[in-house]
Design a protein around this ligand. Structure first.
Ligand code: NAG
Ligand code: NAG
Ligand code: NAG
Ligand code: NAG
Ligand code: NAG
Ligand code: NAG
Length: 816
């Protein structure tokens, strides 16, 4: 093999990979319509020839020439019409000169009739957004952050029916949020952080049915937050650093991130409602005016990773035996009135994984036992708690309150008492109201209708709904990539060293298009390396796209891509071979721990659910966490791999570049697919994966290997009849004997029911992946409660003991 090198050996070039690829590209014949070229050059002129556009000139071929593109400024075309324009200034740019005319800029933009994605950030734009923005009728994604836009949002925006993402952070927009926001029915992401908006959040945001992310942090907003519980797609809310409050906002059940810090929220946290937020990963209510007992349920939320309640007036006794969610990584309870000791689960997590470190901040409370020296004397918190009528059970130890401190504390307490009393009364009232609401709600329906989560389709070259979501989701799922080394480009020398010069003994498999090797990098990381022969006929542009996409295939629940390397022909520097490096996952596949496991190796029920949750999260990432999403991944239980901590990872998925090459089974990254690389999303592609997931779940529940459609059909009938049966015994009989004794009926029922829905014949009737996740989290939670109940007959005295988590009446009666 004569190996030349065109990139793998040079780290800097490798960073600029996309650039490099386009350099090698032969311009194709079609030309951007000259009027659009003219418009782009006019924009350059209107922006006073900023340094980021220095590569633009009269001869630039914007659609097919690549050499003008940089990471901060580029154009994308569809056919020969501009669909995306990205110009990202360095940030901190001063305002453009007095002669600048924002209106003229938008007039010029209207000459790009197919413009869907517009990024004009950090360029020093100034002025009010002109109403004629409404003439950019194709706009879907807009980011104009970091400029000096001022004045009100123009009503013209409300006429952009296709608008999915609008981001104008770090500007000087002022006035009230307009009521017409409610008309933006497709808007999924609205971000207006760090502006000067005033007044209340309009009630009409409740009509923004597609909203997934609402970020209004760092403004001057005030008043009550409207009821957002009807926004079933809402996943992230950031309202920090305003003057909102006092009532805790009502939220849809699928929120993953809620940030309310630095506001005037008071009363209490409605424990019952918050406890039903099964997908909540991040909750930040710091620096508010919350009073009353800290609901222990917050620590135990099933998905919670980040919890901050710092800087409030939360009272109550923390106990060593309180439970924590297993994903918890950060907890800040500092500057409250808490007594007792830190829960021991915050010191050593229940999970088997030892890599997980929880950061716990607890300064300025009245805690004892290893909470650090920055605690007040117990009397300080007790006095205040007494003053508001919340009597903690005998605070333990550490009560060596010195006279002076006690006196000061007493004085402070007296001063605060009145305020707190009012707060607690309001809290108790709100809490009763919450309980009433909960009772009034209809019983939980497991068969809840798929929150129209992913409308595939859209128009043009990509499913535009997903496009919009991907940008936002990829921010929130970054956490998921934790633990995987950064993606990079590898040198051929490195890969040769890793595989001992591609030694035969390292070969794991091969097919017509290349080989797969196992290797060990210099730092000891085990990897799988897929070597792919590249057909010359493949255009570099297609290639560029693939590598960019592959670099994003990184998630806790995927066998993740670690990097790539090109091998080039020494003659013409065209790429002859592509190496893809994936992590090596080596603790067997899921089937080996379910239906083929020997006694001791079979996963218990709870771990089965968490493996299923992992797979579902992996699917959620493949569908919505990258753009374009990957669908129809041909998921199989044998391709779900487990790492040393038994974290489930999807080992084979529909990487477009592999579509033309053969399938690989297990071992690491990337299988084949039924759909060629350039295809749009296949109709109901997301639901194909949901079905395959259902088949996996069926095996996970029953512990029987399922190898044919016929078996699936037979089992479906058994599931159906067990589900409708009055007798829990019928269901128990269907669950794998190895685990059925330790599995609660409610938990089994929930999993069976969602499994059956995944296996629905009609794709439209299958649930969304969010729906699946919600139900699995619920199943894990009821299992947990059941285990807790059967373990201890809980005592009632301690105001904060976990037994006080309000019973979830709304969920206890099953609806089917
Ligand atoms: C582009 O062409 C115009 C007129 O055709 C000319 O005035 C201008 O100087 C040219 N710009 C560059 C960068 O060559
Ligand atoms: C919007 O632009 C800013 C500035 O370039 C950037 O930091 C931010 O990530 C962009 N937001 C999205 C969602 O792309
Ligand atoms: C807020 O936006 C202004 C520009 O309007 C910027 O200068 C400032 O750095 C931003 N503040 C933060 C905290 O990002
Ligand atoms: C915030 O709004 C209030 C009125 O609601 C006004 O008095 C105050 O000056 C505003 N603060 C800033 C920083 O704009
Ligand atoms: C809110 O303000 C605090 C303190 O002023 C600051 O530390 C924090 O970064 C701000 N939050 C956001 C989201 O900017
Ligand atoms: C936690 O410990 C307290 C005593 O310290 C006890 O009363 C309570 O029942 C325990 N709770 C659980 C759930 O074990």
């Amino acid at each position: 093999m004569g190996r030349g090198s065109c990139g793998c050996r040079h780290p800097l070039l490798a960073v600029l990979l996309p650039l490099l690829l386009v350099l090698a590209m032969v311009p194709e014949s079609a030309q951007l319509q000259s009027s659009q070229t003219w418009s782009l050059l006019k924009i350059q002129q209107l922006l006073s020839y900023p340094p980021v556009l220095r590569t633009w000139g009269n001869g630039t071929d914007f659609c097919y020439g690549g050499d003008y593109k940089t990471a901060s400024a580029f154009v994308e075309c569809y056919g020969d019409s501009v669909t995306q324009l990205h110009i990202m200034g360095p940030g901190g740019a001063p305002p453009l000169p007095k002669t600048f005319n924002l209106d003229a800029l938008f007039t010029t933009l209207t000459r790009l009739p197919d413009l869907r994605v517009l990024t004009l950030t950090g360029l020093g734009l100034w002025g009010p957004l002109p109403g004629k923005v409404s003439r950019l009728a194709s706009l879907e994604i807009v980011n104009v952050s970091g400029n000096y836009l001022y004045g009100q949002l123009p009503e013209g925006l409300s006429r952009l029916g296709g608008l999915q993402t609008f981001i104008a952070d770090d500007n000087m927009l002022s006035g009230e949020l307009p009521g017409w926001l409610g008309r933006l029915a497709s808007l999924a992401v609205l971000s207006l952080r760090n502006n000067s908006l005033q007044g209340a959040v309009p009630e009409s945001v409740r009509d923004m049915g597609s909203l997934r992310s609402l970020a209004l942090a760092c403004n001057n907003l005030s008043g009550q937050v409207p009821d957002l519980s009807a926004l079933t797609n809402l996943q992230a809310v950031d309202l920090s650093n305003n003057s909102l409050g006092p009532a805790f906002p009502r939220l849809g059940r699928k929120v993953a991130s809620v940030v309310l810090s630095g506001n005037r929220f008071g009363n209490g946290v409605p424990a019952e409602e918050v406890a039903s937020l099964y997908l909540l990963e991040r909750l930040d209510v710091s620096r508010n005016r919350f009073v009353g007992p800290l609901p222990p349920a917050l620590l135990a939320l099933p998905s919670i990773e980040y919890l901050s309640v710092a800087g409030n007036r939360f009272t109550g006794l923390l106990a060593a035996n309180m439970s924590c969610g297993e994903n918890l990584r950060f907890v800040d309870v500092s500057s409250n009135l808490l007594t007792g000791t830190l829960p021991s689960c915050l010191k050593t997590l229940p999970s088997s994984s030892n890599s997980k470190q929880v950061t716990v901040l607890a300064a300025s409370n009245c805690l004892s036992g290893g909470a650090g020296s920055t605690q007040h004397p117990a009397l300080f918190c007790q006095n205040q708690a007494l003053a508001v009528g919340i009597v903690p059970v005998q605070a333990r130890g550490g009560g060596k309150a010195k006279g002076k401190a006690g006196a000061v504390a007493g004085a402070v307490a007296a001063a605060l008492a009145a305020a707190l009393l009012a707060g607690v009364a309001a809290f108790l009232f709100a809490r009763r109201a919450a309980v009433r609401r909960a009772k009034a709600r209809p019983p939980r329906r497991l068969v809840e209708h798929a929150a129209s989560s992913m409308s595939v389709g859209g128009g043009g070259a990509y499913p535009s709904q997903l496009f919009a979501d991907a940008r936002y989701i990829s921010q929130t799922v970054k956490l998921g990539a934790l633990g995987v080394p950064a993606y990079r480009s590898f040198s051929l020398v490195e890969l040769e060293a890793a595989t001992n010069d591609f030694e035969v003994s390292r070969l794991m498999g091969q097919d017509a298009h290349g080989q797969m090797y196992r290797g060990t990098l210099g730092n000891g990381t085990a990897v799988t390396i897929r070597s792919l022969r590249v057909r010359r006929s493949q255009t570099s542009q297609a290639f560029n796209r693939h590598v960019e996409m592959i670099s994003r295939l990184r998630h806790r629940h995927l066998v993740s891509a670690l990097g790539h390397c090109f091998e080039c022909s020494p003659d013409d520097a065209t790429v002859t071979r592509l190496y893809l490096v994936f992590e090596y996952v080596h603790n067997g596949n899921l089937r080996s721990r379910i239906s083929q496991g020997t006694e001791g190796r079979k996963l218990p029920w709870v771990q089965r659910i968490s493996a299923a949750i992992g797979v579902a999260k992996g699917i959620q990432f493949l569908h919505g966490g990258i753009m374009p999403g990957l669908f129809a991944n041909n998921l199989k239980i044998t391709n779900i791999l487990l790492d040393q901590n038994l974290v489930a990872k999807i080992g084979s998925y529909n990487i477009p570049i592999l579509a033309e090459t053969a399938k690989s089974e297990g071992g690491g990254g990337g299988g084949g697919s039924k759909y060629p690389s350039d295809s749009r999303v296949p109709p109901n592609g997301d639901k194909i994966d949901i079905y395959d997931f259902g088949v996996i779940l069926l095996e996970v529940v029953t512990g029987r290997p399922i190898t044919s459609i016929h078996e699936v059909e037979v089992m479906k009938e058994q599931l159906q009849s067990a589900l409708t049966s009055e007798s829990p015994g019928r269901r128990r009989a269907l669950v794998d004997q190895a685990v059925s004794r330790a599995c609660s009926d409610e938990s089994a029922r929930t999993v069976m029911e969602i499994c059956l829905r995944c296996l629905a014949k009609e794709a439209e009737q299958r649930p969304s992946v969010e729906d699946v996740l919600w139900n699995l989290q619920f199943a894990a939670q009821v299992q947990d409660d059941w285990r807790g109940d059967s373990r201890s007959s809980a005592s009632e005295e301690s105001p904060l003991s976990p037994s006080q988590i309000p019973p979830r009446r709304d969920r206890e009666t099953s609806a089917w």
